[in-house]
Design a protein around this ligand. Structure first.
Ligand SMILES: Cc1cc2nc3c(=O)[nH]c(=O)nc-3n(C[C@H](O)[C@H](O)[C@H](O)COP(=O)(O)OP(=O)(O)OC[C@H]3O[C@@H](n4cnc5c(N)ncnc54)[C@H](O)[C@@H]3O)c2cc1C
Length: 228
């Protein structure tokens, strides 16, 4: 299936959103992702396909990719994405992924490293729209105070007294001490961790070490980025 670019937006310097209209109606759950193919010449050794979370919420009926555009050593794929004009198309294959919230009555800790916020943006936007008060604590780490989606996240928090958002800015990091401080009771919530692969793997180890069992941990790791 093809998606047609309708809009582009800069979220913060270096983080861009691309909004597409599906050729045919597309059904997905907040938190899922798509496989994209963008043919371009010349193609570097990182290739012409990528996976991206659908950062928009299902009720919006349009697909948004939000991604970091590297200042240096960026791929030819991202250069081709940046060069897309309104009306141009990108190919997708089937929706995938289980990084979704099926039980809206559950208790959650969402941990995002940088651009790893995309599935949480979709999940929280869908819940906000549906008036579902998810009981969630979001720990969101960024390299500086320029935070993608901050305005929206603050609005979701305002509309839902059961949602708490903690922004963690470098040099502060999400680590065992931060988690202990911000999540006093580790026995109930399910932990969702999303971000650069090295960060997701190491934080998963940390929370396992804190006694959180595997059935309460869900991971969504983005390859191709260094640790935040
Ligand atoms: C399920 C899933 C969901 C995802 N969702 C998202 C999402 O919502 N948003 C998102 O941005 N990404 C997402 N990703 C990651 C995405 O697919 C890309 O891997 C990522 O964006 C990096 O893109 P890029 O390879 O084009 O590198 P670029 O972004 O162009 O470069 C990133 C940096 O990587 C370094 N680098 C990495 N490989 C090389 C290399 N071979 N040579 C030189 N330098 C290199 C460079 O220093 C560069 O600065 C997801 C991945 C998965 C699997």
């Amino acid at each position: 299936m093809k998606l047609q670019l309708t809009r582009k937006r800069t979220e913060i310097p270096g983080v861009e959103s691309f909004i597409f209209k599906p050729e045919e109606p597309l059904t997905w759950k907040a938190g899922q992702y798509l496989h994209y193919v963008l043919h371009h010449e010349p193609t570097d050794n990182r290739g012409s396909d990528r996976w991206f979370t659908v950062a928009s919420a299902p009720f919006e009926e349009e697909v948004m990719i939000t991604t970091r555009i590297a200042a240096e050593k960026g791929s030819s794929f991202k250069a081709a994405l940046m060069a897309l004009q309104i009306g141009d198309s990108i190919e997708i294959s089937a929706v995938e992924g289980d990084f979704v919230v099926d039980n809206s009555a559950g208790e959650y800790v969402f941990i995002a490293g940088g651009i790893g916020i995309t599935p949480f943006h979709s999940i929280l936007k869908e819940a906000d729209h549906a008036g579902v008060h998810l009981r969630a604590t979001l720990l969101y780490a960024n390299r500086d105070a320029n935070v993608p989606y901050k305005k929206e996240l603050d609005a979701f928090q305002k509309n839902n007294s059961d949602l708490v958002v903690h922004y963690v800015t470098a040099p502060e990091r999400i680590d065992e001490n931060q988690i202990k401080k911000l999540v006093p009771d580790l026995t109930k919530p399910t932990f969702y961790i999303s971000g650069p692969e090295p960060m997701v793997k190491s934080l998963a180890e940390v929370i396992r070490g804190m006694g959180v069992t595997a059935d309460r941990i869900k991971l969504d790791d983005f390859p191709g980025y260094p640790a935040e």
